[in-house]
Design a protein around this ligand. Sequence first.
Ligand code: ADP
Ligand code: MG
Length: 717
Amino acid sequence: MGVRDLYAIDVEKLRGVGPKRKDALHKMDLFTLGDLLTHYPRRYLDRTRQAWIADLMEGEEATIVVRVLRTDLRRLKGNRVMVTSTVTDGQSQMTLTFFNQRWRERQLKEGLEAIVFGKLESFRGKAQMTSPVVDLVGDQTGKIIPVYPQSEKAGVSSADLSRFVGEALRRTITNDDARRLADPVPGWILHDRGMIDRSEAVRGIHIPDSQQEISAARRRLIFDELFRMQVSLVRRKRHLQATQQGVAHSSDGPLIRQFRDSLPFPLTGAQERAIAEITADLVRDMPMHRLLQGDVGAGKTLVAVAAMLNAVDGGHQGALMAPTEVLAEQHHLGIRRLLAGLEVPEPSSLLGNRPLSVELLTSRTGGPDRKRILGGLAGGLTDIVIGTHALLQDKVQFQSLGVVVIDEQHRFGVEQRAALRNKNLDGSVPDVLVMTATPIPRTAAMTVYGDLDVSVLDELPPGRTPIQTHHVDAPGTLDGEPPLALEQMWAELRASVADGRQAYVVCPLIDESEKIEVASAEETYERLASVELHGLKVGLLHGRVPAEEKDAVMERFRAGELDVLVSTTVIEVGVDVPNATTMVILDADRFGIAQLHQLRGRVGRGAHASVCWLVASPTTADGEARIEALVRSTDGFELAEIDLDLRGEGTILGERQKGRNDLKLASLRQNREVVVDARRAAIQLLDLDPELAANGELADELAVFSAEADEEFLLKG
Ligand code: ADP
Ligand code: MG
């Protein structure tokens, strides 16, 4: 039976599912046999390993099979209720306690058999669990009982689900091999990996006879999820490459040569490698879709500029889009400086040349300038434009946009990437380079950016002194008597200012509201300016500072007129002041790893030794782990791996993965090697069979699974 059939048969076709059950299952998003068979157990009760109340130590977590003896509801003060249930495992008794779950009184009827999972406590000398997970498995027999995610609200218990799934299995897989699930994964892929077939795996995950069966089933089904994802990503990528008409750029024009000759330093090996990879893409007439990953300070800007110059060399244009005005302006300044003195051919001019033009276009660009720049872009007189979202407006048209660079990708949506690609008056599709300064783990990149090729700058330019990072154990609020370590920190900051250096102080992150955050930043500023940093020239920057004032403050800091910049996270990305060598982050445990790493990357950009102080008294284990990671490592890629470990993949996948493509069993965190393996297998298969002509079942499965997710998923062509 093929996957298309599975997803075509309604659950109501199952024995025991009438109209009421059907509604209940639909409420749980279980519409078809396919949905049901991929509604996997969340754990198993292994009767051979089941625990007894009397054997448990206090504080130990366990799964126990119990029968309910008695359940009572008690009203507490303030309209609260407590339900207590006395249960037995056949030998000893314990109490289950629930607060404000009135419905438990009805659920835990006398005589009910249930599986409870929780931590054993002792209350007045009696065994107790508070708010344990309760699963109703009914009177199922068997050694290993699957425990399904159930729905109290829909009135569907784990035992019900077990029955329906059993029914669905009987309808689709028979023991005598007469009926099997079609296996969409080619035999050689399974064989190479020693994996069991689809039918066996589906049966093994739902009605296993042993732990080994469960693991073999999980292994296969996890592979399937990741393989499906990789095949569709790789296929999509190849499809885009094959169908879009891009610009074939030159690889070695005069501009790129002059540019390289003019650099005051040699490129790093990683920069050379990335430029070579990009150039190889650019000379082909397929459009490039490449991600440039590089740690803060790795020198991505140069690589981007080289890519855009390739375009200009061939008579095309380049555009760089940054996520904020500050960044766009800074890129504009920096890139103008890098390209000063370069000239492009201009037959109509007296000398046959004109200066290469680099313009800035943001929503703040004034009328006359805007008009001139728009004209320059449409007429081809503007060679490179740096901008913000403003570049996406309809009015912005290019004569021939050859290379688009998108900085800090995670702030732009897929749609916006697509919008920039359709800006050419002649309909050609520019090459796209996406840059991210927040490294993400390789396996996550394969998934989130699986439709892009990836270049990595994994080497910092030489001569940087590594940033020393210290944890100062103190609350970031500065109230009360400051601990010694904090006083020392401020003393060191003042000493470095006395040496001519500059410093950042980042204020506590306040999620609740920008208003409170601003107020707190102002307060921190006042306090520092009058106490800890008294006598220094201190500036303040936050989200509510008007644009002109923000510019003025940034400019004064850049020019060295301010010693210290007190700021919210507005300085997070890209701000480049090499003379700033101290970074203080208050309440650092509130920030994520990536954000801390970004903030820290604002220092350590010049020849002087830099230091980062993380001021925090972490109140959670995760907070502590984040601080520890930052103190231990300055490697963005290593930190990204730790971040994935701490946070899981949810935040990374976030936006891009929706609908049925959701990973049900697979985890980017726990199955890193499988991601790599699945991608390898996907590439092998698509090399052999690009259109999946000989793998119809797989093509079908991909179509079924992507039907819902298609809209938001992946690149739009
Ligand atoms: P990123 O954008 O990757 O964080 P940048 O492109 O802003 O990094 O570069 C950081 C700094 O390093 C800049 O001041 C730049 O001029 C300098 N830089 C870039 N490449 C090199 C190199 N190969 N050698 C020395 N300095 C470099
Ligand atoms: Mg940068």
